[in-house]
Design a binder for this molecule. Structure first.
Ligand code: ZN
Length: 212
């Protein structure tokens, strides 16, 4: 079920880019004043030239990076599920790049997502799988939940016999702070139905995504 969107003053799309260059223009007044307060709090001067428009830019960026809250699975899939009688072989979309924000630090975690399913007569448009990944990635997340939500969504939409999702990600909260490990990758997986029960199906999936 979709989570309600954060309420921003005016949608970015409805305004021309030139409007945003007008001094004093406001996009999301509350959010912008919070960002301004943040700048003060870290010892910056929000009135210096380089930072004057920063609250506005941050509000716009955050709006975009969390627009998955304003989207539902129905919106994304938009009836692009098709009958495909006899389609019972694994469908795999691999290396779907994604950009998300960790809910603990609001720092990016980015990487690749691999999604496979075994249809039972119904298939989903391939680009829709990438859009499902985007929808959940553009919310505050932890990698494990992102993996599960994508798998559950594909299962729900296709009624598949099984779904497998693997995510490989790098977390900026580990790279830039904390343990400062720049080269570690975090892997997570979610196997549903035949991917969980059938060793050979799971093995085939993992073999296919390991191929470069
Ligand atoms: Zn984090």
């Amino acid at each position: 079920k979709p989570v309600s969107s954060i309420r921003l003053a005016t949608p970015y799309e409805s305004r021309g880019p030139e409007e945003f260059d007008q001094t004093g223009d406001v996009y999301a007044p509350q959010l912008e004043s919070i960002v301004r307060a943040q700048l003060l709090e870290i010892g910056e001067n929000p009135d210096r030239e380089g930072l004057v428009r920063t609250p506005l830019r941050v509000a716009k960026a955050l709006d975009f990076l969390t627009n998955g809250y304003a989207t539902s699975l129905d919106d994304v899939v938009n009836n692009a599920v098709f009958d495909a009688e006899g389609a019972e072989e694994m469908v795999l979309v691999k290396d779907i790049e994604f950009y998300s924000l960790c809910e603990h630090h609001l720092l990016p975690f980015i990487g690749k997502c691999h999604v496979a399913y075994i249809p039972t007569g119904k298939v989903i448009g391939l680009s829709k799988i990438a859009r499902i990944v985007d929808m959940y990635a553009r919310r505050l997340q932890i990698q494990e939940n992102l993996t599960k939500q994508i798998a559950d969504a594909v299962q729900e939409v296709t009624g598949a016999a099984g779904v497998g999702v693997v995510i490989e990600a790098q977390h900026f909260c580990m790279m830039m702070r904390g343990v400062q490990k720049q080269h570690s990758w975090t892997l997570s997986s979610m196997m549903l139905g035949s991917f969980r029960e059938n060793h050979r199906t799971r093995h085939e999936f993992l073999q296919l995504i390991a191929k470069r």
